[in-house]
Structure formats: structure tokens, C-alpha cells
Design a protein around this ligand. Structure first.
Ligand code: GUN
Length: 281
């Protein structure tokens, strides 16, 4: 069997077209502030892509670049200013931050109504409770992909590999909300292979090349690869051994061109939501 390759790039393009049409109905152009601290190469690429997405959706993008040696106080001062700005609906601080800046006070400083990443404890709590205003972009992008391909988590055994706050944990919550039976695996799971073999829907979100090999995947499973790694040759790859797993899976996401573009589209969607809510308020 050869799997259906889930085209995140095409779905993201379609999603962004829809967002642009909704943006056109607003009285004022939505605005997204993107803050990058330091010179992490991967983050620079991500931020450049977000700026491009904004322009495609007709969302104003205010990008800020702070030096590597910036302090927590300097970053908090910028966030405070952005929280108060009328033309800024959403604020995103690109992670990871330089080592001297702790993450928690930064994420807690972003006004929850402008927190389009949904990393603020208020928004994480809402997600846990099942009444999120903003869903974190990567897991919500995965849910949109499943919907597009008519894959309903209800009654399925979903295995999420990885327990990060930004992907693994919220991914498990969203699958649970859609009535999946969810197992979360992580670095201390002793029988990862056996757990993965139980999965009807397998989500890999660890960041280790070839973590998921074909012998770990049930025939006919749906395999979602959230990771973005570079292999020894410098090529982008996920956690899944794609060619071999594609022979066994029913559906699989590629890297690149799978979850990544959908993550970015969901950021645009959250920014639209923020602007719509402010217009109503
Ligand atoms: N770094 C990697 N993924 C993300 C994300 O979704 N949001 C932010 N702000 N930083 C990231």
C-alpha cells in the first residue's frame, strides 16, 4: 500500500484565501506584531515566512528585531507597548529566546486577548477546559488537516509522541476534545514501539530524525509528522522515516509541506479572530 500524502501547503493556501476574504469585511486591517530576539537562524526563517503570510492575508505585520544580548526588561518594555497599541491585534514572540531571557514572564506579559500563539496561562487553561478562544497554531493546524482528509479522531486510538507545552500537550487535548482515546508518549516511555503500534492516528512531535520507523506503525494508520529537523546532509526532515512509513500508512504528512504551512495559516486565523473580537468589543 502507498499512503495518501496530506498536502499542507495546498490546504494552507486555501485557508489563507478564506482569511483574506474575511479580512476584507473588517473596518480596519488586522495587525500582527512579530518579535524576534537574537540571531537564531531557524527563527529568522520562521519570522520571514510569517511576514510573508501576513502580506498574503492582507494583515499588517509589525516586525521587531532585538539584539541577542537583550534583557528581559527590554523585551517586557516592548511587549507592554504592543499590548497598548490600537493597531496591534496579535503579538507573537518567537521562541526560543536567548538563554538569559526566561520564557515564563515573557509569555505571561502578553495580553491574553492578543496572545495569538495561545501560550499565556489563561489561554492554556481555557484550552484545558475546552473553551479556547485561540488554539495553539501547530495542533490546530493538525486538526484542520485531519478534517480536510475526513479523518475523525472519534473512537480512534491517538498516540502523541512528545509532551511539549506548545505541541504535544495541546495536541493531546484537541484530539481528546474530538473524542479520540489519547496516549501521550515521551522520552521516559519504556515501550515506545508497542505504544505506537496501537495508534490509528500517530502524531510525532519530538525533533529526532527517524524516531518513528516503519516497524512502529500499524498498517493503515494516519501518521502526522510535526517535527522540523535537519539531517546530516542539511536537508529538512521530520521525526518519521517517511519513505518506509509511507508504504504502511493510509495517510501521511510530508516534511516540508505538511504541518508547517498549516501552523502558519492558523496564526493568521488567530490574528483574524483577535481583530474580529476587538471590532465587536
Ligand atoms: N518556535 C517554534 N514554534 C513556535 C511557535 O509556534 N510560536 C512561537 N512564538 N515560537 C515558536
Amino acid at each position: 500500500m502507498s499512503a495518501i500524502i496530506m498536502d499542507g501547503k495546498a490546504l494552507a493556501a486555501k485557508t489563507k484565501e478564506g482569511i483574506r476574504a474575511e479580512v476584507a469585511k473588517l473596518q480596519r486591517k488586522p495587525g500582527l506584531a512579530v518579535v524576534l530576539v537574537g540571531d537564531n537562524g531557524a527563527s529568522q526563517v520562521y519570522v520571514r515566512n510569517k511576514v510573508k503570510d501576513c502580506s498574503e492575508c492582507d494583515i499588517a505585520c509589525y516586525d521587531y528585531y532585538l539584539p541577542q544580548e537583550s534583557t528581559l526588561e527590554e523585551l517586557l518594555a516592548l511587549i507592554g507597548e504592543l499590548n497598548g497599541r490600537e493597531d496591534v491585534d496579535g503579538i507573537l514572540v518567537q521562541l526560543p529566546l536567548p538563554a538569559q531571557i526566561p520564557e515564563k514572564p515573557v509569555l505571561e506579559a502578553i495580553a491574553p486577548e492578543k496572545d495569538v500563539d495561545a501560550f499565556h496561562p489563561d489561554n492554556m487553561g481555557r484550552l484545558l477546559r475546552g473553551d479556547a478562544i485561540y488554539q495553539p497554531c501547530t495542533p490546530s493546524g493538525v486538526m484542520e488537516m485531519l478534517k480536510e482528509y475526513h479523518i475523525d479522531p472519534a473512537g480512534k486510538h491517538c498516540v502523541v509522541v512528545g509532551r511539549s507545552n506548545i505541541v504535544g500537550k495541546p495536541m493531546a487535548l484537541l484530539l481528546l476534545q474530538e473524542n479520540g482515546t489519547v496516549t501521550v508518549c515521551h522520552s521516559r516511555t519504556p515501550d515506545l514501539k508497542e505504544q505506537c503500534l496501537q495508534a490509528d492516528i500517530l502524531v510525532a512531535a519530538v525533533g529526532r530524525e527517524k524516531l518513528i520507523t516503519a516497524d512502529m506503525v500499524k498498517e493503515g494508520a494516519v501518521v502526522i509528522d510535526v517535527a522540523m529537523n535537519r539531517n546530516a546532509a542539511g536537508k529538512l526532515c521530520g521525526d518519521v522515516d517517511f519513505p518506509a512509513v509511507a508504504e504502511k500508512a493510509a495517510c501521511i504528512t510530508p516534511v516540508p509541506g505538511g504541518v508547517g504551512p498549516m501552523t502558519r495559516a492558523m496564526l493568521m486565523k488567530n490574528t483574524l479572530t483577535a481583530a474580529q473580537r476587538r471590532q465587536k468589543a
